[in-house]
Design a binder for this molecule. Structure first.
Ligand SMILES: Nc1ncnc2c1ncn2[C@@H]1O[C@H](COP(=O)(O)OP(=O)(O)OP(=O)(O)O)[C@@H](O)[C@H]1O
Ligand SMILES: Nc1ncnc2c1ncn2[C@@H]1O[C@H](COP(=O)(O)OP(=O)(O)OP(=O)(O)O)[C@@H](O)[C@H]1O
Length: 539
């Protein structure tokens, strides 16, 4: 259906894509993966036509649709057949309400009113957003926005859907629902899907083929099984498979569980030995750094948080999880002090953050917001880093060193606006971490980060905790939680519905359990724990 031939693309003297050939057939779901900043969004842009029209840069090669070149067909004329949802869907909204947004693209195509009406209704149901239909787009949570954006392109019935990290803001259940919906379109209607994603554990089970963009701008294209044999980008299941020598590699939890039978005895034995059994941080004791009691918060007249109790202790990393729209971002901004509450008490180091002046709040609490790029306002990576060091009175080079751990080797002179999403996020995280606040709040800090980047963030947060900081991470990334967090607090409809040690909370929940727990059962959470236990039992 669509074919890329000999695609080369770059900015001035910086090559991004170096000779990409790719064909996508009708009714195929193709997963695009690769390191942060490797060129995934760029490749999607070549397909939609947004690159090079809006990106600048030089493009060589050809793009054909049913055999005819569309290289010079502008993006808006490709839009009827190629539907695109970008990494930051809210930035693309053109109307005010959910219903208007779903109808907008069809109006542009001049479809009859009755058709539009029917497709809006179908789409609201397909994506489970019927109750949001009259809502103002600006008041939606991140995950709600992502679903509306996907719905808005589906109404056009495109033959090819191009999606950039479509599940990054979705809770695990919503992500599975959206992927199941896409798969149904692929199987039943012959729609094709090209989808870039970092959390490939979510997509691999649905993918027909996988494209790995290597760091040098070339690609490897094959079935996921083959690409993952050697890929530096691999989900925990594949890491586990490689570690214990499974071949072929299992791609689904179900396959892995069958293979895992042989591990049960040695793992059970390892549990009996203190040196090889997984251990948890002892439960926090003493006075918390930050304590909220009975917090209630409303957006205008709509109650969002209802009687939330939460305590953050020095030395601990806590995860805040829960469905899209549960109130996680609202809670973080309330703890930070920006949002007013209608009830309850809140103390950070003995003070009420809402009552302190805005500038001083920043010294009490570090906050990486969901749209992390909002924190970046200077002209280059190095200016951001130098300013962050100066503002925090940190040793020169501190921010840059943090950044290099998250995404190595960014050019000092790059403009933050030109960074990939993951690079922007890493820079914003580095800027906030440089101030080393006693309390650190992060809202979905793994979007756009590859597995090595996430592992580095995990290590950095553990180090900060080790030095006595208190950290709270709102996230849907169950694998990151398993790797990083001691405790988990789950919100549902503005109330805390469960909280406790990570191992207990996620083991009890089919949607929050990481892959290792799903395959091996509790108490196993991480590949490293399994490796340690098996080495111990062989020794
Ligand atoms: N306008 C620009 N000028 C110079 N370099 C750019 C520009 N836009 C993007 N880049 C660079 O091109 C490379 C590819 O970016 P792209 O957004 O395609 O990466 P990605 O693989 O999608 O990353 P992520 O995983 O973070 O989403 C990055 O190194 C980025 O810094
Ligand atoms: N300004 C606003 N006016 C009205 N309702 C709002 C406003 N901002 C947020 N909401 C609603 O409050 C609820 C909680 O939103 P919040 O962003 O805190 O959720 P979340 O748990 O962070 O969601 P996600 O996981 O999707 O990011 C949602 O139903 C959201 O639609």
């Amino acid at each position: 259906m669509i074919a890329l031939r000999g695609i080369e693309f770059g900015y001035d003297d910086q090559p991004v894509l170096a000779g990409v050939d790719l064909e996508i057939e009708e009714g195929e779901l193709v997963l695009l993966a690769g390191p942060t900043g490797s060129g995934k969004s760029t490749l999607l842009g070549v397909v939609t036509g947004l690159v090079p029209t809006y990106s600048g840069g030089t493009l060589r090669g050809d793009v054909t649709w049913d055999g005819e070149s569309i290289l010079h067909l502008p993006a808006r004329e490709r839009a009827g057949r190629i539907g695109f949802v970008g990494q930051n869907p809210a930035a693309w909204f053109v109307t005010d309400t959910v219903e208007e947004e779903l109808a907008y693209a069809m109006e542009q195509l001049g479809l009859p009113a009755a058709t539009m009406r029917r497709r809006v209704e179908e789409t609201l149901d397909l994506l489970g957003i019927a109750d949001l239909r009259h809502r103002d787009l600006r008041t939606l949570s991140g995950g709600q926005q992502q679903r509306v954006a996907i719905g808005a392109v589906l109404t056009m019935h495109p033959r090819l859907l191009v999606l950039d990290e479509p599940t990054s803001a979705l809770d695990p259940t919503a992500a599975e629902d959206v992927l199941a919906t896409l798969t149904r379109l692929v199987h039943d209607l012959g729609v094709s899907v090209l989808l870039a994603e970092h959390r490939i554990e979510r997509v691999v089970p649905f993918a027909d083929r996988m494209v790995l963009v290597r760091g040098d701008g070339t690609v490897e294209v094959d079935v996921p099984q083959v690409v993952l044999e050697r890929s530096p980008i691999a989900p925990p299941l594949v890491d586990l498979g490689r570690s214990v020598g499974w071949s072929p590699l299992p791609l689904t939890v179900r396959e892995a569980r069958r293979r895992a039978a042989a591990l049960r005895t040695p793992l059970a034995e390892a549990l009996e030995v203190p040196a090889t059994a997984p251990t948890d941080q002892p439960a926090p004791t003493g006075t918390p750094v930050l304590e909220a009691r009975g917090l209630s918060v409303a957006h205008r007249t709509t109650p969002v948080l209802d009687g939330v109790d939460l305590a953050l202790h020095a030395g601990h990393v806590t995860a805040l999880m829960g469905r899209n729209g549960a109130g996680k971002s609202t809670l973080l901004w309330t703890l930070q002090g920006r949002l007013a509450r209608v009830g309850g008490t809140l103390l950070n180091a003995g003070r009420d953050p809402h009552a302190v002046a805005r500038d001083e709040r920043r010294t009490l609490t570090g906050m990486v917001p969901q749209s992390a790029a909002d924190l970046l306002y200077l002209e280059s990576v190095s200016e951001e880093c130098v300013a962050a060091d100066a503002a925090a009175d940190a040793e020169p080079g501190t921010c840059r060193a943090l950044l290099d751990r998250l995404v190595p080797g960014l050019d000092d002179e790059s403009h933050p606006r030109d960074l990939s999403e993951g690079q922007k996020l890493a820079l914003a995280v580095a800027v906030v971490l440089t101030t080393r606040p006693a309390v650190l709040l992060l809202d979905e800090p793994t979007r756009g980060l590859d597995y090595p980047g996430k592992a580095a963030l995990s290590t950095i947060l553990r180090e900060l905790a080790g030095e006595g900081h208190a950290v709270l991470v709102a996230t849907h990334d169950v694998e990151f939680v398993a790797l990083t967090c001691d405790r988990v607090v789950v919100l549902a409809e503005g109330e805390v519905v469960s909280s406790g040690p990570t191992r207990e909370v996620v083991a009890e929940s089919p949607s929050f359990a990481p892959q290792v727990t799903k395959v091996l059962g509790p108490p196993w959470l991480k590949v490293a724990e399994v490796e340690k236990a098996l080495q111990g039992s062989l020794a």
